[in-house]
Design a protein around this ligand. Structure first.
Ligand code: S3P
Length: 203
């Protein structure tokens, strides 16, 4: 008699997968990679970090690209790499803080993906960005002033994201759970397309 194989564990609820790439948007330190990796695990999707893909394509670090070629060159590469990634099958994509500021990138994300802004306040961003010194925009001068300026310029644009979630000091699993609930609301019970934006109330 043939031994019966135990059934393979089901992929984590594939019918509840969003069916589109989930793009994480937000300032440096908002938790895009941390939340993105966990979200990918939940939906059994792959996780891609756009900054790492840019570094791979360029063969050097982002800090080197800024230093050798300037920010405009970096932004060009960033736009091209994200456009390429958005052609790939659904996955979870963490983008660098400036990516969503590009109108063409925003347009492509809107067309092909679901965008999730991890909104964070200045104190949280300051604490989180203190841990790494590899962000060229934060390496000169006053980090508080730079982040405050970036918040002012970028938050009105990030607000165009499909889903807005407050990133706070709660454990990442709690934030991920809130993202999943917001996604369910965004997709609606019939999983119709774009029934409306979902945002948590401002703190
Ligand atoms: C940038 C954010 C960085 C990286 C680059 C520029 C920005 O990514 O893309 O240093 O303009 O905010 P993270 O947001 O992942 O740190």
């Amino acid at each position: 008699m043939r031994a019966t194989q135990p059934p393979a564990p089901p992929p984590s609820n594939p019918q509840l997968r969003p069916g589109k790439t989930l793009v994480l948007v937000g300032l440096m330190g908002a938790g895009k990679s941390c939340i993105g990796k966990r979200l990918a695990q939940h939906f059994a999707l792959s996780f891609v970090d756009a900054d790492q893909e840019i570094e791979r394509a360029a063969g050097c670090t982002i800090a080197d690209i800024f230093e050798r070629h300037g920010e405009a060159h970096f932004r060009d590469g960033e736009r091209r790499v994200i456009a390429r990634l958005l052609e790939q099958p659904p996955h979870v994509l963490s983008t660098g803080g400036g990516a969503f500021m590009d109108a063409r990138t925003r347009g492509k994300i809107r067309e092909r993906a679901i965008s999730i802004w991890l909104r964070a306040d200045l104190e949280l961003l300051l604490r989180r960005t203190a841990r790494r010194a590899n962000r060229p925009l934060l390496n000169n001068g006053d980090r508080r002033a730079t982040l405050a300026r970036l918040m002012e310029a970028r938050y009105p644009v990030y607000a165009e994201a499909d889903i807005v979630i407050d990133s706070n000091d709660a454990p990442p699993e709690v934030t991920v759970e809130r993202v999943i609930e917001a996604l369910e609301r965004f997709l609606g019970p019939e999983r119709e397309e774009r029934p409306g934006k979902v945002r948590e109330p401002a703190p």
